[in-house]
Ligand binder design. Structure first.
Ligand SMILES: NC(=O)c1ccc[n+]([C@@H]2O[C@H](COP(=O)([O-])OP(=O)(O)OC[C@H]3O[C@@H](n4cnc5c(N)ncnc54)[C@H](OP(=O)(O)O)[C@@H]3O)[C@@H](O)[C@H]2O)c1
Length: 237
């Protein structure tokens, strides 16, 4: 499948950074939020003519690949029909303080990505960009050496599409396994955002001040292999 159009649901920190990289790579973008297309006019002016504002349904219909960049608590409101049969790159994380406590995640019976698949059974969920803070995305895209991002998915064909997209956006990729393996990059696991910190102590104190540092394919593979699963029930944020 050739990838030309990206539909983005969520126009916050992550959605905007992925939109900018997609546009810089020559792709067309439809971007949506919870408040409607008219609320996105300033952002669209800033992004340029290959981007347009949309509803979530329109973004889902537009995209060859759909990027979800919304809180986990909002997945239940997604346009399931428009997402049916689509490749969906989910950047979402579970933050109990924001999303409320979810027993199936707290008890480790499911990864967040598996829960997302249960919520969107007719879409093909591929998990990526959930383990890198938003401001590191433009800092590390096209870095030398290339920065690698982990990608998890159960369907090999749709995972391959997302791997290709992420390479087009300026990153190397590690095919890190199935959605069941994606605990390796969930919050407080060993593969989470600290992976890309230039200064680990400084990042913990003030992550927004950290400029990031490239993590190669081999380095990321080692991080993922050594990752410990977080005690999700004990997480406070
Ligand atoms: N920020 C990070 O550094 C980071 C890193 C890794 C992963 N993540 C994860 O990535 C996801 C997005 O994070 P973010 O920081 O980009 O969030 P954010 O800045 O808070 O933006 C969230 C966006 O989602 C939109 N939204 C909420 N409900 C929606 C709905 N029902 N339909 C359509 N759009 C909806 C919001 O719309 P409005 O603008 O209209 O409110 C907003 O544009 C989250 O799951 C987060 O945990 C974030």
């Amino acid at each position: 499948m050739s990838i030309n159009n990206i539909g983005i649901i969520g126009s916050g920190a992550i959605g905007q950074e992925i939109a900018r990289l997609a546009l810089a790579a020559g792709l067309s973008v439809a971007i949506s939020n919870s408040r409607g297309p008219e609320s996105l006019s300033d952002l669209i002016k800033n992004l340029g003519s290959n981007a347009h504002a949309a509803t979530a349904t329109e973004a889902a219909e537009f995209g060859d690949i759909i990027v979800l960049a919304i809180p986990l608590s909002a997945y239940a409101q997604l346009p399931t029909q428009a997402l049916a049969g689509k490749t969906v790159l989910s950047t979402g994380n579970y933050y109990p303080a924001r999303d409320g406590r979810i027993e199936i995640l707290d008890s480790l019976k499911s990864t967040t990505a598996e829960l997302e698949t249960a919520l969107l059974p007719d879409a093909s969920i591929v998990k990526a960009f959930n383990n890198i803070v938003a401001h590191h995305i433009p800092l590390l895209a096209h870095s030398t050496p290339k920065t690698a991002l982990p990608v998890f998915g159960d369907d090999q064909a749709t995972k391959a599409e997302v791997l290709e997209l992420i390479r087009t956006l300026g990153f190397d990729t590690v095919d890190a396994g199935n959605l069941a393996d994606s605990w390796r990059t969930e919050p407080e696991s060993g593969g989470y955002t600290l992976t890309y910190a230039a200064d680990r102590a400084g990042f913990a104190a003030d992550y927004l001040a950290d400029r990031g540092q490239p993590v190669t394919f081999a380095q990321l593979e080692a991080v993922l292999l050594g990752s410990q699963r977080a005690d999700v029930a004990a997480r406070q944020f």
